[in-house]
Design a protein around this ligand. Structure first.
Ligand code: SF4
Length: 266
């Protein structure tokens, strides 16, 4: 799609402006797909299995086309504002951005989130055989069709909890780094930053942490043999949440377009 196509799409009144900036990117589970321009754009552009396959050239061609159209629009906007993009020292900005990113990664909450990433990866690696054994057990129970048991439901619940944990475990770290960058870059006078964006990113991380904690807690009842390790993970998440709440006290009151308040964004 070229820049005119993107502009035309953006004019569609059904879209909630900026809704995709503070979502968890889990489109399959999102109730706002019909109101999200990002989703509509993806559906239109990546409309075949080939264009969705990262190993296929069609995917990269589509992505390249979108980036090029976006860059064209950015150039036009800059021109309207009297800014010459070519005159900007991109090397210096890249250096500053890298510096901010490095600082963001070193914040206690970012480090704690990275620790959680490693912990989750280790947990799945260590307990893979136990999870497989649990699946086999539920399958046998289902075949036995014992009255009063619901092995299929249990299997679905376990699968869902694992999906939730897997979906958020990296995202929490990424969102916290972004939130930290937003706060840190205030120190650099020549970079324009909006503190609210940091709160929005932190809120997405908080939601990810809370949903992950709920998923781990639900797993507890299905995997009593792993109680000790799950308690350990839950304690880590609880500590992380405390750190995030302390670092971003306004995050919870941040209103995400669409998700927290639809009326204002219609
Ligand atoms: S708002 Fe919903 S549909 Fe749009 S990108 Fe986010 S998760 Fe996907």
């Amino acid at each position: 799609m070229d820049k005119d196509g993107i502009r035309k799409l953006a004019e569609d009144p059904r879209f909630i402006s900026g809704i995709y900036n503070y979502c968890d990117r889990w489109c399959e589970r999102c109730v706002f797909t019909s109101r999200c321009m990002n989703y509509a754009l993806s559906e239109q552009e990546f409309d075949s299995p080939e264009s969705r396959d990262i190993r296929n050239q069609a995917f990269w061609d589509k992505l390249g086309g979108m980036l090029s159209a976006t860059l064209d629009m950015a150039r036009e906007k800059a021109k309207e504002m009297g800014i010459d993009l070519d005159a900007i020292d991109t090397a210096e900005i890249a250096q500053q951005t890298e510096r901010i990113h490095e600082m963001a990664k070193e914040q206690p909450h970012s480090r704690a989130a990275m620790k959680y990433v490693g912990m989750v990866d280790d947990w799945f690696e260590t307990n893979r055989w136990l999870l497989e054994a649990k699946c086999d057990e539920l399958e046998s129970l289902a075949q036995a069709d014992i009255p009063g048991t619901s092995p299929d439901d249990d299997a679905v619940r376990i699968h869902d909890c694992i999906e939730v944990v897997r979906w958020y475990h990296h995202q929490i770290y990424v969102k916290l780094c972004r939130a930290a960058s937003g706060t840190i870059c205030d120190e650099f006078e020549d970079l324009e930053c909006i503190q609210k964006d940091a709160d929005g990113s932190a809120k997405v991380a908080i939601i990810g942490i809370e949903r992950s904690a709920a998923a781990w807690a639900a797993l507890l009842s299905h995997l009593p043999d792993l109680e000790r390790s799950i308690f350990h993970v839950l304690a880590t998440l609880k500590h992380l949440l405390k750190q995030v709440d302390a670092s971003f006290p306004n995050a919870r009151s941040f209103l995400r377009p669409g998700f927290d308040k639809t009326d204002d964004f219609e």
